[in-house]
Design a protein around this ligand. Sequence first.
Ligand SMILES: [Mg+2]
Length: 222
Amino acid sequence: MTSRTTVGPAIADLDRRHDALLVFDIDEVVLHFIAPFCELLAEHGARLHFDSFRLTGNVRSLSTGAALTGHALDGITAQLYAEQEQRQTAVDGVIEALERLGEIADILFLTAMTPTFYPERRRLLDGAGLRWPMIATERAKGAFLFDAKARWTGPVAFVDDLPPNLEGVRRSAPDVSLVHLMADPQFRAHLPLLPSSTFEAANWSQAETILRGIVEGDVSRG
Ligand SMILES: [Mg+2]
């Protein structure tokens, strides 16, 4: 049996100041991922072709045209995470939006980034003014939302760029409102179908409006 690592605070230990909770994925939601990944690919002599919504098979060598293997992509992703403080930056508007949303709801970052890179990511977030608690986990995100829903009595929303993560939360914690946000517009064009009643935000300004509506009880389903 493989163990699935989690680093960060337990849901039960998080401060609860508000009735509402907003949970955010980090890569492609809070921090740019695709853009710095493409820059790193170029350094490795490869390029991401935005032909469909996946990385494997779409990253090809510039010299031979051959697709990079999953193993090679894993290595490049690990390099990006190891060097994230030099390579990944905050998505436009996220800091201001979270400052305002933090006045009406508690905020939690929930990332599937390899948990061994937790210290690098914590420093990067803190340096950018994104001081909210973070859990990095290899477990399914739905389990955390299920536990959170038991502690927060008000509205709970989950924001992610990847449809399977939204779908997993819909199954495990059906009362949680779902919001799709993806920083990179090229990849967004190939987005598979989102779970029904998912809100779609094209940027942080739209996401903030949607999330405020959820917290204030105006809407819960997209
Ligand atoms: Mg993501």
